[in-house]
Structures are given as C-alpha cells and as structure tokens.
Design a protein around this ligand. Structure first.
Ligand code: NAD
Length: 482
C-alpha cells in the first residue's frame, strides 16, 4: 500500500482568491474504499456566486481580447504543471473517487494532453471570407467568444472533465464558473490551483461548490452567464437544458449512454472478451462510454460469455491505492443501490446470474464484476444505463436484428462493434445511431477526436476541431467602401 500524504485542503476559488470552509456550510468528503472522512468541502453562499459572476464578467472584458498565443501559453503551462504534480493529484483522486492509482495517473496525463490540444487548436479558430455580389463589398464571418460560461462537471473523471470544459472555454476567450460534483473534489481544486499558478488572470476561472440545484439555477438565470456546459445524467441534463432554454442560453450536454456492444460470429472472440472486460472494469464501470448492453451472435454467445467471465475473473477488486488492484470501489452508495436493483430485477425477469452479483459487506463500496445472461430486453438493465460493473448479455441472429437492438433506446453516445467483415463493419458504423462507434478496439475520447452524443445522450461535442464551436458565436460582417 502506498504511503499517503494528508488529503488536499478544499477550497472555493473566486476572483483569484482561495476560500476555505471557515464558517461556511460544508460537506464531508468520504473515501469510498474504506468509508473514512477525508476532508470538508465548503459551500458557496449566494453572495459568493454573485461575486464569481461579477469577476467572470469583468475578466471576460480583457481575456476575450487576448491573443490565442497568450491563451495557449497558459494552457501549455498548465499541461506542464499537471505532469509535474501528477503523483499528488492522482493519489488524492484515488482517495476520493476510488479508481485504481494507475487509472488516476492515466486520467491526469490524458488531461495534460487535452490542455495541449486546446493550446494549439485555439490558434485555428478561423473565420472565412464569402465572395460578395458587389466588388465594393467585403463579406467576412468571424467567430467570437460567447462570454461567461457555467460548467457543471461530474465525479467519474473529475480532473479530466473539468479540464476539458475549462480549456475549451478559456482557449476560445471565454471565462468560466465551474461547479463540479461533490463526490470527488480534490482533483478539481488541484486543477484550479494549477491555472492560478500558470498565471491565469483573476476571474477567468472560478470554482464553486454547494447544493447543485441551487447553484445551477442561480448561474443559469444570471443574464451575465451566456453558455452552459454539463456532463452528467440524462434527467439532470434535461432539467438544465430546459432552464437554459427558458433563458435562451447555449448548451453543450454530454449525458448518459447505454453503449451497445455487437459481437458478430466472425469476431476475434479472445480479443473482444479481454478488451471488453478491461474496458468495463475501468472506473468500476462508472463511465458514460462504458460498453453496457452486450448483443452476441447466437452461434458464439456461449463461447464469448465463457471467455468474458474468465477475463473478469482475473480482475482484482480492492482499494485503488493497492498496486494489485485493477478495479476500485464504486464512488458513492447510490451506485451500489443501483447495481443491486438492476441485478435483482434482471434475475426476477428470468436472467441467469452467471458471475458476481452481490456487494461486499464493507467497509468500502465494492461491487464485483457481474454478468447476466439470457437477459430479457424488457428488464431494467437493458433499458437503463447501469453506470457500474454489471453486464447483461443477450443474443441476435442477423445484422439487421443487431442494428435494431443497438438503436432501440433513446441513448446514442458510444457503441462498439466486433467483426472481421468489412461489409458488416460499414453497415454498423453508418447505421448505428450514436455519436461514436469504435470497431474491434476502444478508440474514443482522445483530445484530437470529437466526443459527444445524439438523441438523449446530448448536444454538441468536446475535443477534436469541433471543440470551440460551442464556445464561440458566429458574426457576419458586410463592409462597403464609402
Ligand atoms: P445524478 O443524476 O444525481 O447526477 C448526475 C450529475 O449531475 C452529478 O455529477 C451531479 O453532481 C450533477 N447534478 C445533479 N443535479 C444537478 C443540478 N441541479 N445542477 C447541476 N448539476 C447537477 O446522478 P449521480 O448519482 O450523481 O450519477 C449517476 C448518473 O449520472 C449515472 O446514471 C450516469 O448516467 C450519470 N453520469 C454521467 C456522467 C457522464 O460522463 N456522462 C458522469 C457522471 C454521472
């Protein structure tokens, strides 16, 4: 077990000042691996929120006119600092979020790459010139930063998700008020410290904590806030989207998925089983892109299931600070309750519990990799995102049936196909209703590739060359010589 330094102190960050709990209300932060209390997270008061809005508005008036080179310099410096401080950030991330330390490092280093991508790409926020109808006229289109953004980020990849939204906003010339989820706050506090150290002017980035609905309403209703970006569940995304619509605010929504996995009879089953087992165990399945509805061709379903269960049996569930651990605890008790309900519903509906199925007695929020077979399509797990390490497996007979199953739900985030057939590959990649399709491997969520969903899974993309679209407005300028 790795020796730990004391867990980080937690702060609000408003107008360039760090504010601790003092006499403010605060929440306990708990280690999901053993139930111990790690620290206290201060809540922003309404006057703190107003101060954050005022400082972000003030800072926008100068930050928006900085050159992309200057903005890129801050982001590049943040990337350097992330790498320098990776050990401390990753350890605290494992302590409050639960993921194995190696995954925490991977999240931190991946975030550094996102900062670099945005540092480079912000130099390419191009406009265009449109041929005029009159030689005395020049018609141009420019893109300008949208203004103050409110970003709501989740607890499953707290560092990476916050960094993505903040980099996209700052890189485009916007300023940000960040309201992350409470369950795993240390990495976000660390991130804000790095931006402060990298020389980001006060007010460009503010960090607030507190009751989510009070804070999101306060920020979204403020006329100064021009854009909302949210990563989280579909129901909350719809609530925030409705509120944003009432106030005509732009939104980016990266919401839940229920990723279909189509394993065809010609697939490399060993490869599919080991890939999917590792991928599903990542972050204990608490990943919006996790493979989560498995449809396997009936001729290979038994063989695939055996291989998948065998791969799962090699996973080591435990405290993320233990180097042997390959799957940590669930981050909060809500997920344990959800796993138990999904498993018991599926079993009551006639599914076979082929592996796992029961949480440990504690301490710690551990749930084993679980496999259900012969799962009826009407069961909850085939319709609700599990967001945990439970896999339902059902079968199909034809490519048409597989495609229909993949597209049957209102979700459309990630999807996975395993086949050697070019024909099936093309049919599935073009036909699946999802923002991302990955064939024969896990190839999504890189800084240079767009991440986003369709249908209930969201609006807009993060990453890729699309990353600044949602943070800039289009202005058309038509000039005639006098
Ligand atoms: P939840 O629906 O209560 O909350 C989901 C997220 O929204 C959390 O990060 C939470 O802090 C935030 N949130 C809740 N109410 C909010 C509000 N009024 N204003 C702003 N933010 C608000 O569920 P939960 O138990 O925290 O998480 C489980 C579910 O959330 C999962 O089923 C999964 O679908 C979804 N989730 C998705 C992602 C993702 O990457 N898309 C990340 C985390 C959680």
């Amino acid at each position: 077990m790795i020796e730990t330094k004391p867990y980080a102190d937690l702060f609000l960050y408003i107008d360039g000042a760090f504010i601790g709990a003092d006499e403010r209300e605060s929440d306990e932060v708990v280690n999901p691996a053993d139930g111990s209390v790690l620290g206290r997270l201060p809540h922003a008061r309404p006057e703190d929120l107003n101060k954050a809005i005022a400082s972000a508005s003030r800072a926008f008036e100068s930050w928006r006119w900085t050159s992309p080179l200057e903005r890129g310099k801050v982001l590049r410096r943040v990337a350097e600092l992330i790498r320098e401080r990776a050990a401390d950030i990753a350890r605290d991330l494992t302590l409050d979020q639960g993921k194995p330390l190696a995954e925490a490092y991977a999240e931190v280093f991946n975030a550094a790459e996102h900062a670099e991508w945005h540092a480079e790409e912000c130099r390419r926020i191009y406009g265009r010139v449109i041929p005029p109808r009159d030689r005395n006229v020049r018609q141009t289109v420019i893109r300008q930063p949208v203004g103050v953004c409110a970003a709501f980020t989740p607890w499953n990849f707290p560092f990476n998700q916050a960094l993505r939204k903040v980099s996209a906003a700052l890189g485009s010339g916007c300023t940000v008020i960040l309201k992350p989820a409470h369950d795993a706050p240390s990495a976000v506090v660390a991130l804000v410290k790095l931006f402060d150290e990298a020389g980001l002017p006060p007010g460009c980035l503010n960090l607030v904590w507190g009751p989510s609905s009070r804070i999101s309403r306060h920020l979204i209703e403020s006329p100064a806030v021009r854009k909302i970006s949210f990563t989280g569940s579909v129901p909350v995304g719809k609530q925030l989207g409705a509120l944003a619509g009432e106030h005509m605010k732009r939104v980016t929504m990266e919401l839940g998925g229920h990723a279909p996995v189509l394993v065809f009879a010609d697939a490399d089953l060993d490869r599919a089983a080991t890939y999917l087992s590792t991928l599903k165990a990542r972050n204990a399945g608490q990943v919006c892109m996790a493979p989560s509805r498995f449809f396997v061709h009936k001729d290979v379903a038994r063989e695939f299931t055996e291989k998948f269960i065998a791969a799962n049996a090699k996973l080591v569930v435990g405290n993320g600070l233990d180097p042997a651990t390959t799957m940590g605890p669930m981050t909060n008790a809500r997920r344990i309750a959800a796993m138990e309900e999904l498993v018991s519903d599926a079993v009551a509906a006639g599914s076979t519990l082929a592996a796992g199925g029961a949480s440990s007695d504690g301490p710690g929020l551990f749930f084993p990799p679980t496999v259900l077979t012969d799962v009826p399509l009407s069961s909850k797990i085939m319709n609700e995102e599990p967001f945990g390490p439970v896999v339902p497996i059902a079968t199909f007979e034809t490519p048409d049936e597989a495609l229909a199953l993949a597209n049957a739900l209102p979700f459309g985030l990630a999807s996975y196909v395993f086949t050697r057939s070019l024909e099936i590959n093309h049919r599935m990649t073009y036909g699946i209703e999802a923002g991302m399709v990955s064939v024969n491997h896990f190839g999504i969520a890189l800084p240079e590739t767009p991440l986003g969903g369709v249908k209930d899974s969201g609006v807009g993309s993060e990453g890729g060359t699309e990353t600044f679209d949602a943070y800039t407005t289009v202005k058309f300028i038509s000039e005639m010589t006098a």
